[in-house]
Design a protein around this ligand. Structure first.
Ligand SMILES: *[C@@H]1O[C@H](CO)[C@@H](O)[C@H](O)[C@H]1NC(C)=O
Ligand SMILES: *[C@@H]1O[C@H](CO)[C@@H](O)[C@H](O)[C@H]1NC(C)=O
Length: 333
């Protein structure tokens, strides 16, 4: 037996010990969910945000249209951009809001797919661990909610980012709200680790399309406007790594903003329930391609060469469509 072979069991044991201790490696990378695209290599999905209100404020009407459009497009999964349960997240894993605002609302057969979800600021006002708990998957196996994670469909890699901890005001001026920061403190470490992990995950990605999803706006003409902390911390990572799209909720509207300085496109799908805020800060039409103050949702159909974003209202009317294209050329090996 040579030396290397005799050392092997020790090496394996060492790896096992490190893996079990879970400190060094498991926290260092974003969890990754492989999700195959269709046989023809395309992918279809719906995006909805800011929704959980027991069906009220047209939540149920949005859900019905999602079911109809979802069937037409044969959607592979649904993305939730956060603020999943109003007004203060879930109280626990046994909170009836989970059924009443989710399971019993999005009942259409086409929506019985994975729901990849991030947390919004309202979710942080409840029991965050409960909303992230795998126990909810036993109640409804569609529910996949984590703070930050990756969905890898090969042609597209989706990077889900927990944006609430990055926003100062919830810490500095929470008003009368109590936020559940368990697992987030010390905040500075949390943010810097998150940004580092995100940056390296995007750099490692070979996907044709790269899409970042978060709850908060980067840019918005809605009442919340731009999120300065994200412009400062997140946008440089997106631009440097040539991310194609940023998708968010938070402003209760449907919106498409184009950037003048880069190819990055911004899509807000936050019309899952309460809307009609009536506060719009009109921007340069070269940037603001579309704004709808009411309820609705967005679809995305994507192939190697094309990404189609479409916005729908509660009647299923097509409000706005945007197509981005990429050359079909394969990279030279
Ligand atoms: C529901 O949608 C209709 C049609 O857009 C709108 O007129 C109505 O105000 C909405 N209701 C609420 C509570 O937002
Ligand atoms: C995108 O939309 C255009 C125009 O509606 C359509 O011709 C094309 O087939 C669509 N592509 C995908 C991938 O859905």
């Amino acid at each position: 037996m040579d030396a290397a072979a005799s050392n092997r069991p020790v090496g394996v044991l060492l790896c096992l010990v490190i893996a079990l201790s879970g400190v060094v490696f498991t926290d260092a990378e974003l969890r990754r969910f492989p999700h195959p695209s269709k046989d023809d290599g395309s992918l279809s999905l719906l995006v909805v945000g800011d929704w959980g209100r027991n069906g009220e404020y047209n939540q149920s009407q949005v859900a019905v249209q999602m079911g109809i459009i979802g069937e037409k497009l044969e959607v592979d999964f649904v993305i939730s951009t956060g603020d999943n349960f109003y007004d203060r997240g879930l109280k626990g894993t046994d909170d009836p809001a989970f059924e009443e605002s989710f399971s019993k609302i999005y009942t259409a057969p086409s929506l019985q797919k994975e729901w990849y979800s991030v947390l919004g600021n309202h979710d942080y006002r409840g029991d965050v661990e409960a909303q992230l708990s795998p126990i909810l998957r036993k109640l409804d196996n569609r529910w996949i909610c984590l703070r930050s994670f990756i969905v890898d469909t090969e042609i597209v890699e989706f990077f889900f980012v927990d944006t609430t901890p990055i926003v100062d005001k919830y810490f500095i001026d929470p008003e009368d709200e109590v936020y559940d920061w368990k697992g987030v403190l010390p905040r500075r470490n949390y943010i810097s680790n998150l940004l580092k992990e995100l940056d390296s995950a995007i750099k490692d990605s070979n996907a044709k399309w790269k899409i970042v999803v978060g709850h908060h706006t980067l840019k918005s003409a809605g009442s919340h406007g731009d999120t300065q902390e994200l412009l400062h911390h997140l946008l440089p990572i997106l631009e440097e790594n040539k991310v194609d799209f940023y998708v968010n909720g938070h402003d209760h509207c449907l919106q498409h903003i184009s950037s003048i300085s880069s190819p990055l496109q911004y899509f807000t799908s936050g019309g899952g329930s309460k809307a009609w805020k009536g506060e719009i800060n009109w921007m340069d039409p070269k940037e603001l391609k579309f704004y709808y103050d009411g309820q609705g949702f967005m679809s995305l159909q994507i192939t190697h060469s094309q990404a189609n974003f479409t916005f729908f209202d509660i009647f299923g009317n097509l409000l706005h469509q945007w197509t981005s294209t990429k050359p079909l050329l394969h990279s030279v090996i």
